[in-house]
Design a protein around this ligand. Structure first.
Ligand code: S3P
Length: 428
């Protein structure tokens, strides 16, 4: 049980946020598929990304890690070998879904398993298009849930119109498409994060991008001997940016935060709600830009969060909901049904935990409505094993009167193992 005290003297200082989770996963996957050496700087040593390393080691890839520096010795797709044991993705949906795409094209059998939360997350969104490409996938409830068994083999390209804007779905299909006969196209209703596209291009793969549509020709090889610098994770930075905006007497700088436009919805919301935010040291790096971001205590007002911004901030909705409790007016979050299939049903878990703190928040079918300007009071909260709910609870604890305790706070290590150290350093 982690305890957090009401904090009135503000958060002050500068932190280096750990590497981006989505990008870190992809460095291991693509480095393992490439022929040669890939070096990675600022890799996120969170539990999810370590699960990805573990899975590729089981497939025969040599991977060395010293803290956040990783070296991957890829031997091409042909170098990946059948594992004699189960591939455990832990809590990581990205590992599960992207690996389904990769394994579908490889000429051997694999079984993916994960933790209790993974066992409840829908895989049909990936199983269905991969089956259309010729993949042989079995799993609980007709391939919807882990354990997932994949007999890899020959695939053919498809044109797929995804009903959801999901980078995990898009990436799984593109990674299968890379190994398929002919061309594969994925179209989504709104553009989801494009780290797969950016990194594949850095590995020399040719893609055609047109708005919400991406196409890939099959049988392309990933070139290697590249060095990738992973920017700080904006989804982790979001907790401290919001903490700095809502806590009085605060000024927080977060260094080298990834600024990929498909991820920066949280910055648009902070700005839209009136947060005092500024950018320095902007580096327009390829494949991913980044900058230092500073936020100060601000007077916040309500904002509507809906439509095409949702995929650009889907993981930040828990902390946006907390910010909305401290803003003037009513914030509406809608078009966010995807929250129901994250590590927990985040409509339920956000509304439950913020209600316990005294917030005026109502769940809707596709989001939530928050009447702001409420004083929160400390109480016992639960992460329910969801890292982002745990971090939302910690920031809420700083704002709430009295003491807040958080059950299952260790789940935070999934994406941010040093979260409490960074928080301590800002509390002074
Ligand atoms: C991720 C994509 C998002 C996000 C998840 C990481 C990725 O999921 O919520 O934390 O790395 O591709 P969806 O693609 O399901 O929206």
């Amino acid at each position: 049980m982690k305890k957090i005290e009401h904090h009135t003297s503000g958060l002050n200082g500068t932190i280096n946020i750990p590497g981006d989770k989505s990008i870190s996963h992809r460095t291991i996957m693509f480095g393992s598929m490439a022929n040669g050496k890939t070096t990675v700087e600022n890799f996120l040593p969170g539990e999810d990304c370590l699960s990805t390393i573990n899975c590729f080691e089981k497939l025969g890839v040599q991977i060395e890690r010293e803290g956040s520096i990783v070296t991957i010795y890829g031997k091409g797709l042909e170098g990946l070998k059948e594992s004699s044991t189960l591939l455990d993705v832990g809590n990581s949906g990205t590992t599960a879904r992207l690996m389904m795409g990769i394994l579908s094209g490889l000429p051997f059998h694999s079984v993916l398993i994960g933790d209790e939360s993974i066992a409840k997350r829908p895989m049909k969104r990936v199983t269905n298009p991969l089956r259309q490409m010729g993949a042989r996938i079995q799993g609980n409830q007709d391939g919807n849930f882990t354990p997932i068994s994949i007999q890899g083999g020959e695939l053919s390209g498809i044109e797929y119109h995804s009903p959801v804007a999901s980078a995990q779905v898009k990436s799984a299909i593109l990674l299968a498409g890379l190994q398929a006969k002919g061309k594969t196209t994925v179209e989504e209703p709104f553009k989801s994060r494009d780290h797969t596209e950016r990194m594949l291009k850095a590995f020399g793969v040719h893609l055609i991008e047109d708005g919400c549509k991406v196409s890939i020709e099959g049988h392309q090889k990933l070139t290697s001997d590249i060095h990738i610098v992973v920017p700080g994770d904006i989804s982790s930075a979001a907790f401290f940016l919001v903490a700095g905006a809502v806590a009085p007497n605060s000024k927080v700088t977060v260094k080298r935060v990834g600024l990929n436009i498909t991820r920066t919805g949280i910055l648009d919301v902070l700005q839209g709600m009136g947060a005092e935010i500024s950018y320095t040291n902007i580096v327009d790096d390829v494949p991913e830009p980044y900058a230092d971001i500073t936020v100060e205590s601000s007077t916040l007002k309500a904002f509507e969060v809906s439509g095409d911004i949702i995929p650009r901030l889907i993981d930040e909705i828990p902390i946006i909901a907390l910010m909305a409790t401290q803003a003037e007016g009513t914030t509406v979050i809608k078009d966010a049904e995807e929250l129901k299939v994250k590590e927990t049903n985040r409509i339920d878990t956000v509304v439950n935990e913020l209600t316990k703190l005294g917030a005026n928040i109502t769940a809707t079918e596709d989001g939530m409505i928050i009447k702001g300007g409420t004083k929160l009071h400390g109480c016992e909260l639960d992460s329910y094993g969801d890292h982002r709910i745990g971090m939302m609870a910690a920031v809420a604890g700083l704002v709430a009167k009295g003491e807040t305790s958080i059950k299952n706070a260790e789940a935070i290590a999934v994406s941010y193992p040093t979260f409490f150290e960074d928080l301590e350093s800002l509390l002074g």
